[in-house]
Design a protein around this ligand. Structure first.
Ligand code: ADP
Ligand code: MG
Length: 827
């Protein structure tokens, strides 16, 4: 068990700053760094000790010598090793790792040192392969082969965690590697920010795989394989300072998030073993790749760089806290010896031995050299083949997943079809319903609305469908996996947490789990697969077209329904108007009766005043008639008020009533007028009463006949009242009917509203489903095209390689034959 080696390096102040701004507040003494308020006034709380502390005047040479050299030497011995630079942007990470012309950085020095070391070890044979990658926006890109983008991380029993498809160059000397690094540098993502004109926007990992075995055949057969990682991290950045926006901002978010996860991993690892729970290596690609270096089988050193300027004090403190925690991590490094064929060197050795055996006796050293060269080449091909194999396996898996996707899509489309059929069925029902409303009797069955089926099955189906889609597609793409979860990562708050060593709640900022790509089985001819896929895609397209037309027809029907509903609304408002007019009828009738009563009373009062003899039969008759008529009118009034109280509504037939009452009033007036004239005649008659008794009998007879007339008139009035009553009854009935009709129309309108709402919802769901399906389809088509392209490339590459391999074999064969013949001729 050994601790991670942690060092701090303070870079010189930026030259553009004035001397007082540039004067460092950090004081370095031996392996201790402390913060000073002013010169010689240390702030006790801000003093840190590390394995090494390098001040502003330090060189990369001294950093290499003191910090990294041992790890590099150990790597040559068979230990895994990792060195990485951590710190805020512009603090000197890249300067430390890459360096300058005059002062090369750790990577270059390591490369040279590895080969120097190898040359010093005479009893072992080495095979070195290198790779160079970057993690940009949480995607792994190959810096040695630009076409290898978005590579995936895999785990292998013997190889451990590895990046599939990453180009590994077999190298024979340091200069070759340095050239490769230079070519890789060109492909790195840099960008300009306020803080660094040449800011690294990605984490870069330079990796050397060192295989070695003893030259002495009698010694152990074991092969040592060690991995050396030299990492230049992108710097954490405070958005306010870098002034990042757009792409830079997005990059900053990814950078900060992955560094935060690195911080979390370091935090957890720095806890005592007992407290160590789950270490979230898998939360970012960086920590996943560095997993063996952090808390695993590796010798690791971290160089934490800080900027000396006062305005960077917070970031510097954050970096020092990170360093303090990292110092507590212990690793368990051991030499990696393997005995299986997984070691490339072992296989290569076997083949070379075979050739050597065949060549035994021959002194053709040149030829041996040639064969060695060819063997190296063969190994390269083999590596390439391996890479292709993994790629093909990937493709195969992708294909399977794609097939599943297509199946699911088909199911979804079927679902959609069912839904559309369902909605058609409901629509037809609703149309039937509307027609049934217009049956000849004009009355509709209110209960019909209750029979209209609801849409629960549709809704539940669509919801589950959407959920299924999101579940299936959230992980379908490997690309830009955390855009949505990054909302707050780069903000000030997060920055503060990052620099204060805050352990983030990873549940909140978790990456979307990456998803494996689609495979293409090698055994299936590449031309057939796309054809099938095209067919499926075509099917999908036609189904979508079908859906679109269904949607359009639904739209048309929906519009019709809206029109119908508008018409119904208009009819309803007309009916309401009529109902209002009807409501006023009893009121008016009652008023008319009251008027009649008043008029009648006036008339009676006048008549009474004209009758001199209050006891005369005429007066009695008048009194009787008055009582009857008054009670008649009161009855009428009561009737109307009863109607008013009972219904409080009316109908439009008020004119006939008014006419009736007008007739009634006129007839009453006529009666009173005739009574009045009779009374006057009687007065005259009384005046000349004394003239003779003989006319008395005649007069009585006349009065009797008048009484009969009045009685008849009364009967007539009664009849009229009766007919009025009937009329009123009829109007009441029609009024009731109208109320029912209105109620009915209201319900119909409500049900229509509901239906319109439901069909709108349905249409929205269908439209969104269609959109999603289209999107998926496009993604699918694009992916398939990409895949085809890739397969083509692979097939071509494979064919070419196969060809050259065959030719190489035949070449060897012919050379062997030549040698054999030479050998046989030699003696
Ligand atoms: P980072 O990679 O941390 O963002 P860089 O390594 O790009 O920062 O450094 C920013 C600037 O500071 C560069 O111009 C670099 O040359 C300079 N610099 C950093 N460290 C040193 C150093 N120790 N000596 C001289 N210049 C340095
Ligand atoms: Mg940098």
């Amino acid at each position: 068990m050994e601790k991670i080696c942690v060092a701090v390096r303070v870079r010189p102040p930026a030259p553009e700053l004035s001397p007082e701004n540039g004067s460092s507040l950090w004081k370095v003494e031996d392996n201790r760094i402390s913060l000073h308020k002013s010169i010689d006034t240390p702030i006790t709380t801000a003093s840190y000790a590390f394995d090494h502390v390098f001040d502003e005047s330090s060189t990369n040479a001294s950093v290499y010598e003191l910090l990294t050299k041992d790890i590099i030497h150990a790597a040559v011995e068979g230990f895994n090793g990792t060195a990485f630079a951590y710190g805020q942007t512009s603090s000197g990470k890249t300067f430390t790792m890459t360096g300058s012309e005059t002062d090369p950085g750790i990577i270059r020095r390591s490369v040279r040192d590895v080969f120097e070391r190898i040359h010093m070890i005479s009893d072992r044979e080495f095979l070195i392969r290198v790779s160079y990658m970057e993690i940009y926006n949480e995607e792994i890109n190959d810096l040695l082969a630009v076409e290898n983008q978005r590579l995936q991380i895999h785990e292998h029993l013997e190889r451990g965690v590895f990046v599939a498809g990453l180009k590994e160059e077999i190298v024979s000397d340091a200069e070759q590697i340095l050239k490769l690094i230079d070519s890789g540098e060109v492909n790195r993502h840099f960008g300009e920010t306020n803080m660094n004109v040449h800011s690294s926007r990605s984490h870069t990992i330079f990796r050397m795989v060192i295989e070695s075995r003893g030259k002495d055949n009698s010694s152990s057969d074991a092969i040592r394989v060690s991995v050396l990682n030299l990492v230049d991290l992108a710097g954490s950045e405070r958005i306010a300072k870098t002034g990042a926006g757009g792409v830079r901002l997005q990059e900053g978010k990814y950078i900060n998030k992955s560094l935060m996860i690195l911080g979390n991993v370091i935090n957890k690892l720095s806890d005592s073993a007992k407290l160590r729970a789950h270490i979230p290596y898998r939360d970012s690609k960086l920590t996943r790749i560095l997993q063996p270096a952090l808390g695993g089988n590796a010798k690791t050193c971290i160089i934490c760089t800080i900027a000396p300027e006062e305005h960077h004090i917070e970031e510097s403190k954050g970096t020092l806290q990170f360093a303090s925690r990292a110092k507590r991590i212990t690793n368990c490094a051991q030499v990696n010896e393997i005995l299986t064929d997984a070691a490339l060197l072992k296989r290569q050795k076997l083949e070379i031995e075979e050739l050597r055996m065949k060549l035994q006796g021959s002194h053709a050293e040149v030829l041996e050299q040639e064969i060695l060269k060819l063997s190296n080449q063969m190994l390269k091909y083999e590596l390439e083949c391996e890479r292709l194999k993994t790629q093909l396996e990937e493709e195969r898996r992708k294909q399977k997943e794609q097939e599943n996707c297509i199946k699911e899509q088909q199911m979804k489309i079927e679902n959609l079809n069912n839904l559309v059929t369902n909605s058609d069925f409901k629509r037809n029902q609703s149309e039937d319903f509307i027609i049934s409303r217009k049956t000849p009797d004009g009355l509709c069955n209110v209960n019909d609305t209750n029979d209209v089926p609801g849409t629960p099955c549709f809704k539940s189906a669509s919801r589950s469908f959407v959920v299924a889609r999101s579940n299936n597609y959230s992980g379908l793409s490997d690309f830009s996996p955390m855009v949505h979860s990054l909302g707050n990562v780069a903000d000030e708050d997060t920055w503060m947490k990052l620099n204060k060593g805050f352990v983030a709640d990873l549940d909140q900022i978790q990456f979307t789990p990456s998803v494996k790509c689609q495979p293409t089985p090698l055994s299936i001819p590449t031309t057939e697969c796309p054809r099938e896929s095209y067919k499926e895609v075509e099917d999908l397209k036609s189904q979508i077209e079908l859906l679109t037309s269904e949607k359009d027809s639904l739209q048309v029907k929906f519009n019709e329904q809206v029109l119908l509903s508008n018409k119904l609304m208009q009819e309803m408002s007309e009916l309401k108007q009529e109902t209002l007019t009807m409501k006023e009828i009893p009121n008016r009738l009652s008023e008319s009766v009251a008027n009649c009563k008043d008029v009648y009373k006036d008339v009676i009062v006048t008549i009474k005043s004209l009758i001199a003899d209050k006891e005369s039969p005429t007066a009695n008759l008048l009194l009787g008639t008055t009582e009857i008529t008054t009670s008649l009118l009161s009855t009428l009034e009561t009737q109307f008020s009863m109607i008013m109280d009972g219904q409080k509504t009316g109908s439009s037939i008020d004119h006939p009533f008014s006419d009736q009452w007008e007739t009634l009033r006129v007839s009453l007036k006529n009666t009173t007028t005739s009574l009045l004239s009779d009374a006057q005649a009687k007065d005259e008659f009384l005046n000349c009463h004394n003239k003779g008794q003989e006319t008395a009998a005649l007069e009585e007879k006349k009065l009797k006949s008048e009484l009969t007339i009045i009685k008849e008139r009364y009967n007539e009035l009664e009849k009229e009242l009766f007919s009025d009553k009937e009329l009123l009854e009829a109007s009441r009935e029609s009024h009731e009917k109208l109320i029912k009709e209105v109620k009915f129309l209201k319900e119909e309108r409500d049900s229509l509203d509901r239906k319109i709402f439901q069909s709108t919802q349905r249409m929205r769901v269908i439209a969104s489903d269609k959109e999603n399906a289209l999107k998926d389809l496009n993604v699918e088509v694009k992916r398939r095209r990409d895949m085809e392209e890739e397969i083509k490339h692979i097939s071509i590459a494979f064919a070419t390689r196969h060809k050259s391999f065959v030719s190489f074999h035949s070449e060897i064969k012919s050379k062997m034959q030549k040698l054999t013949t030479q050998n046989s001729k030699a003696p």
